[in-house]
Design a protein around this ligand. Structure first.
Ligand SMILES: [Zn+2]
Ligand SMILES: [Zn+2]
Length: 259
């Protein structure tokens, strides 16, 4: 089985207008989209962004007639504790192969808002991982923790700072992933658009030390030109960190694939 992109956005996301066909033209492998389920979204006026699951299923049905690719169903769920019950209800009403769990906002700001450049960096980083840790403890859904560095993307946190500020929290998060049988995502937009490869090089060995074996690879593409961005470089980084397999998901079940 091949390794393929497991973090892809289309027009079912509030922040993308990408067409399925423009991704499918690039691959014969299985294909999954992970559009945003983002409730109380500060980047959309505090409103709820939910992919229309019936329309999604209908689109996949049409594509199935036109493309030989295996078409899988995914979603990127932005965890926000006050809306946890609504998130669970939305997910329960659908039928997914893959649910990414993300921590995108604090109810007031999306973590990519430049506002976070103006706050105390150590306190912000610790608050971000506290939110992630408590969310992961509460959430009874999610196959993969997406972009663990999302809250740091707009900052310039060094590996030494991340170690000093948040290593115990991150180790607890990574242990929790292992106990929940969740995967850790390697997000190539974080690695190369936001230049956080050093943070992934720091954290992947920690994940391995606590027994982590499930890694996924995703581009976080919002436009077709970003599909599977820099996958060869990311695979080399993952190999250097000591992993030889990646997980691909089907009906929430990971299959480990050598790459
Ligand atoms: Zn995301
Ligand atoms: Zn995404």
């Amino acid at each position: 089985m091949p390794v393929y992109d497991q973090h892809v956005h289309t027009y079912f996301s509030f922040d993308s207008s990408a067409q399925f066909e423009d991704y499918l033209a690039q691959t014969e492998q299985p294909f999954v989209t992970t559009d945003h389920l983002e409730l109380s979204n500060p980047d959309d006026g505090g409103g709820d962004d939910k992919p229309d699951f019936a329309a999604y299923q209908a689109k996949l049905k049409v594509l199935h007639q036109q493309y030989p690719n295996q078409l899988l169903r995914g979603v990127e769920c932005g965890y926000f504790a006050p809306r946890a019950a609504d998130l669970a209800a939305y997910l329960a009403a659908g039928d997914y192969d893959l649910v990414l769990l993300s921590f995108h906002h604090d109810g007031q700001y999306d973590y990519q808002n430049p506002y976070f450049k103006t706050v105390d960096q150590k306190a912000h980083v610790q608050a971000y991982y506290q939110r992630m840790l408590s969310g992961l403890k509460q959430a009874n859904f999610g196959d993969v923790l997406a972009h663990f560095d999302y809250g740091l993307r707009v900052l310039d946190v060094t590996p030494a700072q991340l170690t000093a500020w948040a290593k115990p929290q991150l180790l607890e998060i990574l242990r929790l992933l292992v106990s929940k049988h969740m995967a850790l995502e390697v997000n190539t937009k974080s690695l190369y658009r936001w230049q956080n490869a050093p943070l992934y090089e720091l954290v992947l060995p920690w994940y391995q030390q606590v027994g982590g074996e499930l890694l996924t690879l995703g581009s976080d593409a919002h436009t077709p030109d970003k599909f599977q961005t820099e996958f060869p470089a990311a695979k080399a980084l993952i190999k250097r960190a000591g992993f030889s397999q990646l997980a691909v998901y089907h009906q929430h079940q990971p299959t480990l694939v050598a790459f």
